[in-house]
Design a protein around this ligand. Structure first.
Ligand code: CMC
Length: 426
């Protein structure tokens, strides 16, 4: 039994229980803190705040561990498919073959997007960012699929719709942005192959799905499938806590993921590497800028709030990057630049002292480039991968009988009470 934690305040001692997780993680339960002491905690960026207990994903930033429902991500990346991993995250266990076949059949039945939605896509101004479009369109799905009678039926079909339609919607957005005809999903293709075909098939050059690219996409999406209480997942939980529908909660997650400090980093890495290349490959200048406190520039794809040793996803992604480029005999000068930059940064005192290592986004952009995915779609690719995690986390909080409306407090530091002055007397 863990001991209680004591807080002494204004001469009184208050005790708070310690909560111990299944992997030995400990936290002080301060849920009664304000009620009994009148105090709140202040924790900008929530770096020390647990917002929930969860049985979905375990990560240990010091040891570089990531597990979904107990299974190491390395094993899932090696042996599983994205859809099997999605099932695991959402349902809490691996599916049987029959269950997986059943889910695949449901994906096929629900893969089409309402034709009226094409009008929306066509009317977004050219050059709109695909993340803005995806967030809006996922939210718009609610209008096309009104609520069903029973809650369970509603949730089950919404989960299938979201997972199946997101790849059709993402590919549709890309095709329309290029002025090309939309390619419909094919029931004979698996999830990842189907997406690649919808992106790249043309009447002039029918697309042949390469095994290595299909595997790479499965791995990419498995590695992104969940990451416990990160920025976008917390957005999904917080928005969901108001009992909003699942489409709206996921749409909020997409918006949160868009930022360059979060999911947008994969796009930012390629842009940074391209800039360095244009600068004659002078990566030392980028390293010097990243270390200069007066310069807001950061080395994109480096650092993580939780991983302070190594991001295990980055290790798998780097290996995958080499496999793809070797197999396709694809020579990407940005990969050479990335390797040189990583080597220098890993030996540099600033990066060592700050525990800054490459994160998943450092190599994922090069993998996506090899697949032919345009840079402005990189964060959409991350978002598709994160759908199972967002859904699992939303379900977990919706099913929790003790779940409360998310509503943090603040310490107010603005002006004290003052009188309103009418406009002509100011
Ligand atoms: N380049 C240079 N310095 C950095 C970097 C970086 N990429 N990341 C952090 N630092 C420094 C920062 O300047 C600060 O220095 P000091 O203590 O001397 O003032 C210190 O490290 C701590 O920074 P922080 O912003 O307080 O750390 P954090 O844990 O809040 O930040 C992070 C995590 C991911 C926002 C940050 O490392 C970063 O901005 N990285 C670049 C963007 C990026 O690659 N994001 C993708 C994250 S992985 C995908 C995902 O899971 O979302």
């Amino acid at each position: 039994m863990a001991e209680n934690v004591k807080i002494v305040y204004e001469g009184k001692t208050y005790e708070f229980p310690i909560i111990v997780g299944s992997e030995g993680e400990k936290g002080i339960d301060i849920s009664k803190l304000r009620q009994i002491t009148g105090l709140i905690t202040l924790d900008p960026g929530y770096a020390n705040t647990g917002s929930c207990t969860s049985s979905i994903t375990f990560m240990d930033g010091e040891k570089g561990i990531l597990r979904y429902r107990g299974i190491p991500v390395e094993q899932l990346a090696e042996h599983s498919s994205f859809i099997e991993t999605a099932y695991l995250l959402i349902n809490g266990r691996l599916p049987t073959r029959e269950e997986l076949d059943h889910v695949s059949a449901l994906f096929n039945d629900n893969s089409l997007v309402h034709e009226d939605m094409q009008i929306f896509y066509q009317n977004f101004p050219r050059g709109s960012h695909p993340m803005g479009i995806l967030s809006s369109m996922v939210n718009a799905l609610r209008s096309f699929y009104p609520e069903l009678q029973t809650i369970e039926e509603e949730i089950n079909i919404t989960v299938i719709r979201l997972l199946s339609k997101v790849r059709t919607m993402a590919a549709m957005s890309y095709r329309i942005s290029r002025g090309h005809k939309v390619v419909y999903p094919r029931p004979d293709l698996k999830y990842c192959a189907n997406f690649l075909n919808m992106m790249f098939d043309t009447p002039v050059k029918p697309y042949q799905v390469d095994d290595i690219l299909e595997k790479a996409l499965n791995v990419f999406w498995i590695l992104h499938a969940d990451h416990e209480q990160n920025c976008s997942t917390s957005a999904v939980r917080l928005v969901g806590s108001g009992r909003v529908n699942l489409y709206a909660a996921i749409s909020a997650g997409i918006a949160a993921l868009w930022g360059p400090l979060h999911g947008g980093a994969n796009q930012a890495v390629i842009e940074m590497l391209t800039d360095i290349q244009k600068d004659g490959g002078n990566y030392m200048r980028a390293v010097a800028r990243a270390k200069d406190k007066k310069d807001p520039f950061r080395l994109m794809g480096f650092g993580h709030r939780v991983y302070k040793a190594y991001d295990p996803r980055a290790r798998i992604m780097k290996k995958m990057c080499h496999r793809i480029l070797d197999k396709l005999s694809f020579d990407d000068p940005l990969l050479d630049l990335a390797k040189e930059l990583e080597e220098v940064a890993l030996k540099d005192d600033y990066f060592i002292d700050h525990n800054l290592y490459p994160n998943v986004d450092f190599y994922s952009g090069i993998v996506l480039r090899a697949m032919g995915i345009p840079t402005n779609m990189f964060t959409v690719m991350f978002a598709i991968g994160r759908f199972p995690g967002w859904i699992a986390q939303w379900k977990e909080c919706s099913d929790d009988p003790n779940w409360r409306l998310g509503r943090p407090r603040q310490i107010y530091i603005g002006p004290e009470k003052k009188q309103y002055i009418p406009i002509d007397q100011r």
